[in-house]
Design a protein around this ligand. Structure first.
Ligand code: ADP
Ligand code: ASP
Ligand code: MG
Length: 412
């Protein structure tokens, strides 16, 4: 008998009607002979509503209490789903993160799962229950409720699949798979039949929110066979797999975007050892992640240092930097929130040249100015003015002909 983990996102459980449809899907899988574990998110819009309630009270809220509040959305959806399944005449049992338990570290609002205890779930499965687990939440060693970061139910599902050695982890969402670009921005985007873990990891970390980055890391580490499917229609979806030769023939597989970053520049930094350590040390102490960094020493011996931080941390970063920037004798601190990052991703870049040139040429032809560039083995990212983001995504999707059937591309 095989074991399947199914995960349903917010839209997929967004109404009573949808919850019934999810119940029917879980029951159908059980009727087909599988053991079924279901993870669900909060109903669409609910987590945003809870976050807004917290923020209405204080901008410097206690993160432990934030987790207590935002974890509440999933409690409602798991209970409703269990009731829906029972109303259809089948057995279901729901559990919160601490009941299962999903043991995490204590980094509130972005906790990492350390262990999932599976015995209680296994016992219920043996007795014929469909087991329903709240996504997005866990508990730390001291018994505090934690949450896994926005979009974290994907990670709950993959961690469960790994712990239970599930045969499949099916992520049901409001699109029918992973596309060559966000189908809400690029209407000609194509569904990928398969994608490598590495490409999906880059895509997720560069803004393709169809899967939370951490969920892809876990899927890769534990070799979880993961499919992204639509909860609204039948289809093959997208399968995450190990890389193969066919994939390497495709230079660029996808174009992603991210508007959750802000840019900060420290101008006129004296050119001497220790200044970068002072600046980035101050940010690290404030637990602010830095993404891209560019440093440029001018002929006059002064340095300009530009980097990006999550947009939500922009004001905190500017506040934190005011003192060290003066201390090191830099001339000015400048910031810009209205930027976006657009990236081309593809494992084929390892063995092909000319990708950057093609990318820059296409952007130039549309008069789009590039503010920063960063590259890795399988991606090129540019920072540009936010108002050109959608145009840039479409332009690059065209430039790399992702809308076309390219001989070897694993397009559905
Ligand atoms: P869920 O609530 O089911 O977790 P999300 O909203 O988190 O759903 O993720 C699904 C969304 O991800 C889609 O509606 C789509 O707009 C977006 N998305 C961004 N990039 C991509 C991509 N490359 N392929 C598919 N969907 C993408
Ligand atoms: N409900 C949580 C969120 O909105 C977790 C998830 O949807 O995956 O971020
Ligand atoms: Mg999601």
């Amino acid at each position: 008998m095989s074991l399947i983990v199914q995960k349903f996102g917010g839209t997929s459980v967004g109404s009573i009607e949808r919850i019934r449809a999810v119940a029917a899907r879980a029951v159908a899988a059980q009727q087909a002979g599988h053991q079924v574990v279901v993870t669900v998110s909060a109903m669409a819009g609910e987590t945003n509503r809870l976050v807004a309630l917290v923020e209405a009270l204080s901008s410097r809220y206690n993160k432990r209490e934030y987790d207590v509040v935002v974890a509440a959305g999933e409690q409602v959806s798991i209970g409703l789903l269990a009731i829906a399944i029972e109303a259809m005449g089948f057995r279901a049992r729901s559990y919160l993160g601490w009941q299962v338990r999903f043991l995490t570290d204590s980094v509130y609002s972005k906790a990492r799962i350390q262990e999932v205890e599976g015995f209680r779930i296994r016992e219920d499965l043996e007795q014929g229950y469909i087991v329903i687990i709240a996504g997005f939440q866990g508990v730390d060693e001291a018994g505090n409720v934690t949450t896994l970061g926005r979009g974290g139910s994907d990670t709950s599902a993959v961690a469960l699949a790994a712990a239970l050695q599930a045969d499949y982890c099916d992520i049901y969402t409001d699109v029918d798979g992973v596309y060559t670009s966000d189908p809400r921005i690029v209407s000609s985007a194509r569904r990928l039949a398969r994608i490598s873990y590495d490409e999906m990891l880059e895509m997720a970390s560069l803004g393709a929110k169809v899967l939370q980055t951490r969920s892809v890391e876990l899927a890769k580490k534990y070799k979880v066979p993961l499919r992204v499917l639509s909860s609204l229609e039948e289809g093959e979806g997208t399968l995450l797999t190990e890389e193969d030769e066919l994939m390497e023939k495709v230079v660029v597989s996808a174009i992603t975007h991210n508007r959750d970053e802000a840019k900060i520049t420290v101008l006129g930094v004296p050119d001497r050892p220790g200044v970068a350590a002072t600046i980035f040390g101050a940010l690290a102490e404030a637990t602010i992640n830095v993404d891209m960094i560019i440093q440029n020493v001018s002929a006059s011996g002064e340095t300009d240092l530009t980097f990006t931080v999550p947009r939500g941390d922009y004001q905190a970063a500017m506040d934190v930097l005011a003192v060290p920037v003066k201390q090191i004798g830099a001339k000015e601190l400048r910031g810009n929130r209205a930027i976006a990052k657009v990236s081309a991703v593809g494992v084929g870049m390892r063995s092909h040249t000319g990708v950057a040139q093609r990318m820059f040429k296409a952007l130039a032809a549309d008069g789009i100015n590039i503010q920063m560039i960063s590259t890795s083995e399988i991606k090129i990212s540019v920072i540009l003015d936010e108002k050109y983001m959608e145009l840039a995504v479409r332009t690059l999707h065209d430039a790399f002909e992702l809308d076309k059937d390219a001989g070897d591309r694993v397009i559905a």
